[in-house]
Structure formats: structure tokens, C-alpha cells
Design a protein around this ligand. Sequence first.
Ligand code: NAP
Length: 291
Amino acid sequence: HSVSPAMQNAAFEALGLNWRYVPLPVPPGHIEVAVRGLAALGFRGANVTVPHKQAALRVLETPASPLTEEVFVAPDAQALGAVNTIVLARSEDDTIIFSGHNTDEAGFLGALRDGGFEPEGTSAVVVGAGGAARAVVFALMAAGAETITILNRTVKRARALVSDLSSAGRMAHPRAIQALPLTRETLTETVGGAQLLVNATPVGMWPQVDASVWPDGVAMPAQVTVFDLVYNPLETKLQRQARASGANALDGLGMLVRQGALALELWTGEEAPVPVMRRACEQALRTQARS
Ligand code: NAP
């Protein structure tokens, strides 16, 4: 169901590049052989998605053959503990250089700012504590958010995220971030005093389109901007609830496009045609909805 092939292939075409982006399912446990095989197959790069992002980082921390391979993990991927983009290059002596990056954090921030929201000095509530929430929380902290509340069904996971942020030296001050269990009360109370609500869970994603993390019958505070990372459907129930209360709502496609644009720029060195990429995603989602 990924729309990334449509998005990246439209961008290559717009840039006049004879490149192709192909989806390659990798069974669990086979990520190392898949990553190493990219060089033999002539790939210039790859995206890595769930559930392989953490394992891909481990693969890129050690060269399989130090005589013919070099590996490098960029600070963004190192800090998040996950790789979503791999770049392959060859040096003059034919050494293959693998580098691992993570464009999710910058992609989220880019999309948030595209939507007119500047996180510096704001209070944010992030629902979820998985891989996407991690990128969101790291991004908000780096951009100078004043306070962040992480609400998760499994509170232990939210606490682990706070502790990772602290050990990564990303915490502005110790009271800046808190982890709480996700309940109707914690959500409505914390959002009442916040400027940003991010849904970083799959709640509301197709086919469960009638689900939302926000309770029915409760008005969303109008001062809040809602950023739903779910992009299928393009308008989720959470976004509709926000708009019905006069709050601003941003869709998850903005982040998908921004992280993809950053990956494309790493692979090709060209400036990404962002509007072309967004249109291709919208078209792919419409086609999927019809089939
Ligand atoms: P993940 O690592 O599996 O984490 C999922 C998170 O959602 C966990 O915190 C989980 O809570 C929570 N969750 C799952 N089902 C829930 C439910 N029914 N009620 C409450 N909480 C629930 O997944 P992820 O990679 O972080 O992705 C999360 C979402 O973000 C997905 O929908 C994904 O498609 C989307 N995403 C979008 C973009 C984009 O570019 N727009 C990028 C990345 C991800 P527990 O810890 O309690 O299980």
C-alpha cells in the first residue's frame, strides 16, 4: 500500500532522471543480506521502513568487508536509533560507501512549518510512543518546544522515550517533558493547555476510518493545531473533529512528502520537486481508495 514508489518515480521523471524506485518486501531477519545486496544489484540508495529501521542501523555500524566497504551513520539516525534512508556511493578505488540517515525528524519539522506552525516556545501533546512519535518528540525538542507531554496506551514505552531523550542530551530542562498514560482525561486536560496535538498512532487509519484518539462529543480547544501523522485517508476523523471546533488541522501526507524529498536529495543531489511529489501521493491514494 506504500505510495512512496508513485511519489519518488514522479519526482525522478520531473527531474529527467532515468531512475526507478521499486518496493522490495524483506522478510524479518533478512535485512542484513538485503542491505549488503543493494551494492551488488547496482542500487544508488534505499528507504527502510517498519519493522527494519533499527536493524538497518545495526547493519550500517560495521562494514561486512573493511577492505571493500565503508559505513557511516549520520547523527540524525544515530540519535533516533533508526535508519530510514540508505545512500550508496563508490570512491575512486571502488570502495562502496554505505551511509545511513533518518529524514523523519526533519520531515516532520518541515511539514509542521509548511503548515504555518513554529514550535519554538510552545506546549505540545504527542499521542503515541513508537518510532514515529520518537522522531516527532526529538524534532519538537530540537526546535525549542517549551513543554512536551507524551501520552501512550503503554505508559512504560512513553517513559522509555523520555529517558532516551534525556540520555541523548536533547532535553532542554528536566521539567520540559512528561510521560502519562493515554486516557480521555489526560488527553483533554493536557490539550486544553497546549498549542499542538500530534497523533503518532495508527488510530484512524484505513480501514478503521471511524476511529479517533479524541473522544466523541468533546470540543477540541480552538487554539490547538492538530497534526495527524495518519495520511490514509487524507482527511481523518481527528482532523474533522479539529476543524469542526475551529482548530487548525494538518495532514500526515506533508511529513511523508518532506521526508521523501529529503531522501531524494540525499540520493541524487538534486532539489526535490515537492509539489510534484505531493500530487503523485494524492493521486496514488485516490487510486487505492477506488480499488
Ligand atoms: P509503532 O512504532 O508501531 O507505534 C505505534 C504507536 O501507536 C504505539 O505508541 C502504540 O501504543 C500506539 N497505538 C497503536 N494502536 C493504538 C490504539 N488502538 N490506541 C492507542 N494507541 C495505539 O508505529 P509508528 O512507526 O510509530 O507509526 C505510527 C503511525 O504513524 C502509523 O499510522 C504510521 O503510518 C504513521 N507514520 C506516518 C508517517 C508520515 O510520514 N506521515 C511517518 C511515520 C509513521 P502501544 O505502545 O501501547 O502499543
